[in-house]
Write a protein that binds this ligand. Structure first.
Ligand code: CA
Length: 224
């Protein structure tokens, strides 16, 4: 055996090992990973290949040296492929609570792929998770943030909605939403600019939604 072939064999062993560990790590951290494995993160439905939009969102949440759980409410709230259904809705775990090894919160046969815009939850699946059952102002993501963050809300029926951002003194900074919206979940992005399009200072900001009789506020932190 030539030295070159031996080097190639050793190299291929390490490459293969690295890929397998990487896949196992990622798929064990997302809901239903046992059933769908890489299909949730890759373009090829049988696993492997380039990452789809959900795979990219997952990868973006892995901290540089950290291997902590990243499936959580924030990732569940993102609509990776922009088809109007959050990752949590598509994976039958809207709150991002499910962990590998725990009982599945939804019907595993109704789980769709949050990276594929052609894969949408069925009507049955949406009924099961009671999609628009209540008013909700979801946590912004990321938080803390710089330079921008996403804020989403859910309304169970058509409402006139306002969503405004205030500084810690209660002064209005920006109106993100002001209009009629049909039932559904919506996501806005705040770019850290005030109503005059000026960058605001680092600090704590409050966002408040009013929709019908529903009102809720939450805090977020702009870091610079
Ligand atoms: Ca989606």
């Amino acid at each position: 055996m030539t030295k070159l072939i031996r080097v190639a064999i050793v190299l291929s062993f390490f490459l293969t090992t690295t890929i397998l560990i990487s896949r196992e790590f990622r798929t064990s951290k997302i809901p239903n990973g046992n059933k769908f494995a890489c299909a949730n993160c890759h373009i090829n439905p049988s696993g492997g290949g380039a990452r789809n939009s959900f795979g990219k969102a997952v990868e973006g949440l892995v901290s540089p040296g950290g291997f902590e759980d990243f499936w959580n409410e924030n990732l569940a709230n993102i609509d990776s492929d922009g088809d109007g259904f959050t990752n949590g809705q598509e994976l039958q775990d809207p709150a991002g609570l499910w962990r590998t090894g725990q009982p599945n919160p939804g019907d595993i046969n109704l789980v769709t792929n949050p990276g594929d815009p052609n894969s949408k939850p069925s009507t049955t699946s949406l009924d099961d998770i009671n999609l628009f059952a209540k008013y909700e102002l979801h946590n912004n993501y990321p938080n803390p943030f710089n330079p921008s963050t996403k804020i989403s809300f859910t309304i169970p029926r058509s409402e006139f909605v306002t969503l405004k951002i205030y500084d810690i003194k209660g002064q209005e900074i920006k109106t993100l939403v002001n209009g009629n919206y049909p039932a559904g979940t919506y996501q806005l992005e705040w770019n850290g600019k005030d109503k005059n399009n000026r960058n605001v200072a680092a600090g704590v900001y409050v966002y408040t939604i009013n929709a019908g009789h529903f009102s809720k506020s939450a805090r977020m932190i702009l870091l610079k």
